[in-house]
Write a protein that binds this ligand. Structure first.
Ligand code: ZN
Length: 244
């Protein structure tokens, strides 16, 4: 493939040399044309041969020819500068592709498929992929925001429920110590690990220390282990209309 590419590029270089010669001849010819010849050329009636170049078209044709040569030269130079970045002395192997960056997205352009339409469509595809990526990120952000929103509303509910309980009882129902927004924990009276439910009847706000000490013990074993008065705890829980 690389050899094929090199042959192609060499051919381009050759064509370029020839065209450059032709172009300078053409320019010189036009410059040297006498006014009369130019007139006849303009009228399109005369076939003129000048400096070995045959002009059998109107003068517009000559200019067209010059224009075509110039644009072909431009194209060749462009392709050669992409494909054959020759140093001043050491020729380097031609590249098969190059990378360009458009709107922050990097594209690999292959010279094998040097086709503007293809490049455009690949750019479009890539930009679309980036749009999809962006949409995915936005979706994820929205999800996080929703989760945060849920957490916030859970926290609000926690506070509201705590205040409901504090209206009935202004202390920790287990140790009778202070119970505030800062130290309140929600305890499963019958531990979740033993099948306790997260129902209002089985949930009670207690101080953080009691909640940690109780762990996954049942109420009875916790009260015994920490030498707490069963009767007053039961009274408090009854007041709060809890199951135990
Ligand atoms: Zn407590």
């Amino acid at each position: 493939m690389r050899l094929e590419k090199k042959v192609e590029l060499d051919a381009l270089r050759h064509e370029k040399q020839e065209l450059e010669v032709k172009k300078s001849q053409l320019k010189e010819s036009i410059h040297n044309l006498r006014i009369g010849v130019l007139r006849s050329l303009l009228s399109g009636t005369t076939t003129a041969i000048y400096d070995g170049i045959r002009y059998d078209q109107k003068a517009g044709g000559v200019i067209d020819q010059l224009y075509l040569i110039s644009s072909r030269l431009y194209e060749i130079s462009h392709r050669l500068s992409f494909g054959l970045p020759f140093g001043p002395t050491t020729p380097r192997a031609p590249k098969d592709s190059t990378s360009i960056t458009i709107a922050g997205a990097k594209f690999i352009v292959s010279f094998k498929e040097w086709n503007e339409n293809q490049i455009e469509s690949s750019i479009e595809t890539k930009l679309k992929a980036r749009e999809i990526e962006k949409a995915k990120i936005l979706e994820l952000k929205a999800k996080v925001a929703t989760t945060n929103g849920e957490k916030r509303s859970q926290a609000q509910r926690f506070r509201r429920d705590l205040h409901e309980q504090l209206k009935l009882l202004q202390r920790c129902p287990y140790c009778e110590g202070p119970l505030t927004e800062c130290n309140a924990h929600l305890d499963h009276i019958y531990p979740i690990s033993k099948g306790g439910l997260s129902s209002l009847k089985n949930l009670v706000f207690v101080c953080g220390r009691c909640n940690i000490n109780k762990g996954d013990r049942t109420l009875r074993t916790f009260l015994k282990a920490f030498n707490l008065t069963e009767k007053s705890v039961h009274d408090d829980l009854e007041l709060l209309r809890k199951d135990f």
